[in-house]
Ligand binder design. Sequence first.
Ligand SMILES: [Zn+2]
Length: 408
Amino acid sequence: MNQIQKTEKNFKFEAFWTDHEECENIVRRGWEKEDIQGCVWKGITRRIENCKEELTNWTRRKEQSDNHRNPSTSEDKREIWREVWSMEVPQKIRMFLWKACQNILPVGSNLYKRKIASDPKCQICLKSPETVEHALLLCDWARAAWFGAEGQWTPTAKTVTSIGNWIVECIKKLRAGGGENQERRISKLGFLMWEIWKTRNNKLFQQQEINPRGTIYRAKILEAIYWKLTDTQQPHKKEGNYSKTNLVKWRPPPSNWLKANVDAAFRKETGTGAIAVVIRDYKGRIILGFSGKIQAKSSIAAEAQAIRQALIILNNLQMDKTLIESDNLKLVQAIKSNTPIGEALAIIQDIRILMEMLPEKGLTWTPRNGNRLAHAVAKAAEADTLRANWGTNPPEDIQIIIGKEMHQ
Ligand SMILES: [Zn+2]
């Protein structure tokens, strides 16, 4: 039991581990720490635990020695981490910012330390060693970009102790300033830093001319695209309970197929209800609509009756190539996997026989919002507000759903 609980814990892997040379040795040391015999799986779990322990200890030691070596730049890594990971920017930018704060970007001084470059100097201004801070904040052109941007940030050698501290300071100032769209203004910082890094790389590796204004412009475009996308993906809470599931729409069948949406309305107190079958083509045009009262033992039995009714109609009319769609997941799964459901046993048996009679058909599940029309028809039929000719002359609320789901 103990073993199982241990393996369920997530192995928290820090992104920067893969970028540190030393980590390879740390992992090896952890892996070979114990001579493990017996169960292979337990052995691997044990080894992973050991690696994790070694890495965690190494991180702690490294943080301490970094702070000790350079007390003036001591930083609160936790705070930096929290701010960077909560920034409203694409994941790749968050990763980039975190790498910058961990001082593991391949800038001149880091490459020099690792003996990859022969000169730590900034290849753009040729004036100072290219540290992460220099490349992203302090090189003349980068300072111009920061100052020229909306935020009018002014990084100087005096105010910048480390990139992580600088980011946290800027965010604090923005928060203290109050006002609307704070998160969005904070995100501008991330977008611009990312574009500065890209501009620097394009200059070094593709000899593209540097133009701070161009960098600012590209950061703005990137930001606009990002917010447009997230705005449509996650509508603001103001717009009511417009949740993700509400975005699910009726899915039309392939062009030479039909779709039969089915649903049931059921009253437990009386054991009565109504079922609905709506058959539409790929353009959402109604081919056939059926509704009728039923008696049932439970709502799942009522839903099963709706599926059976759809199959009876399809068989009688020899309508092949039709997908039947229900929003009852449990029922659809039970039918497909031949799992018995007590109160619907006989109906499910009928369904299976009927399905074998139609070679080209399918049964699928849809979220509720993909099944609005059948739901509304069943409800209206149950409440006796549906006229017999509803298929050709539907009531207004049903007409609206039909209209919305047409020509998709
Ligand atoms: Zn420079």
